[in-house]
Write a protein that binds this ligand. Structure first.
Ligand SMILES: [Zn+2]
Length: 71
């Protein structure tokens, strides 16, 4: 069952609701207003890209390794 996060338009409080169908009435548990807007930014922040900044080279030295003669 999908759980959506809502923010109330009247009192600006956030709450989560299990939504069976989109047409159901959402009422705020704080002020019982039915003017709540859905928040969709919850899942998009969780799907961040894979980190490419980390260097995958083993060894960790700045040199090319032993026997290169650059020292
Ligand atoms: Zn409210």
């Amino acid at each position: 069952m999908p759980i959506y996060e809502y923010i109330c338009d009247d009192c600006k409080s956030q709450f989560e609701k299990i939504v069976i169908n989109r047409q159901q009435e959402i009422s705020c548990p704080n002020c019982s207003s039915n003017k709540a807007s859905i928040q969709l930014s919850v899942f998009s922040s969780a799907i961040s890209g894979s980190p490419k900044s980390s260097s995958g080279s083993s060894g960790g030295g700045s040199c090319c390794g032993g026997g290169c003669g650059c020292h």
